[in-house]
Design a protein around this ligand. Structure first.
Ligand SMILES: [Zn+2]
Length: 245
């Protein structure tokens, strides 16, 4: 019995030594790690984003001034164009919007409250504007912004994602660049859509304040489509979109 106990004890010691050795074999030597592997993979932290949007243009010099400001800061925006504004002498401005990497959306032809129109009239408002956008740029708009942000079931059934906003700078009303800036400073968040108008000099001046402020706060300024793509969200026709995230 004693001999057996000694043998058992010996076997246990061998087993422990073997397993320790096996563990040592399995564990990589420290020098086998490359420096990068010593740490967990770094999570890609995407910057917070906002989508600046400009309605009611194109309006020649003010649209171009805003594009200049955006270019200076490598920022993008979305311009919802009105068909009645897209006369032939504005075609080059529409092309410039796309050349700058910005996006064109559809703001209907006559800027009528679409909830007062029949489905056929709504379709005409959208289609005739897209025809003009195509004549100017060779592409059509995929996004619809209804005038005054007004929509109903007929508008939602027109076949386009409806894009409204969550921050209204009211630039057209107060005509005060500082007040537009303040509206953004007080309300900006990751994924928000901001409403402005490229119709007025004061809006271009407001843009000159808002764009650097947003950049300074760490925001990336992208188009509406880029914003939703970055957030992994779909802009669906028949749905309204006020922000992404
Ligand atoms: Zn409008």
């Amino acid at each position: 019995m004693k001999k057996r106990a000694v043998l058992l004890c010996f076997a246990v010691v061998i087993a422990i030594l073997c397993s320790a050795r096996a563990a040592a074999d399995i564990a990589p030597e420290p020098e086998e790690y490359s420096p990068a592997e010593k740490y967990l993979p770094r999570q890609e932290t995407s910057k917070p984003m906002v989508a600046l949007t400009f309605d009611d243009g194109p309006s020649g010099q003010y649209t171009l001034q805003i594009l200049d400001i955006l270019r200076q800061y490598d920022a993008k925006a979305t311009f919802f164009l009105s068909g009645y504004r897209l006369t032939e002498n504005q075609y080059a401005v529409a092309r410039e919007i796309l050349n700058e990497g910005c996006e064109i959306g559809n703001h209907t032809y006559s800027h009528t409250d679409l909830t007062t129109l029949t489905p056929e009239e709504i379709q005409w408002e959208i289609d005739s504007t897209n025809d003009l956008i195509f004549a100017a740029t060779g592409t059509t708009a995929n996004l619809l912004r209804p005038p005054y942000g007004e929509f109903d079931e007929n508008v939602l059934s027109a076949g386009y994602p409806v894009v409204t906003w969550c921050i209204d700078t009211l630039d057209w009303m107060h005509m005060d660049p500082q007040k537009s800036l303040q509206a953004v400073q007080e309300n900006a968040f990751d994924g928000c859509i901001i409403l402005m108008h490229d119709m007025f000099e004061t809006s271009a001046q407001g843009c000159r304040l808002i764009v650097p402020w947003l950049i300074g706060e760490g925001y990336e300024l992208v188009t509406v489509s880029e914003l939703f793509a970055a957030k992994g969200q779909t802009l669906s026709s028949g749905s309204t979109h006020r922000w992404a995230g």
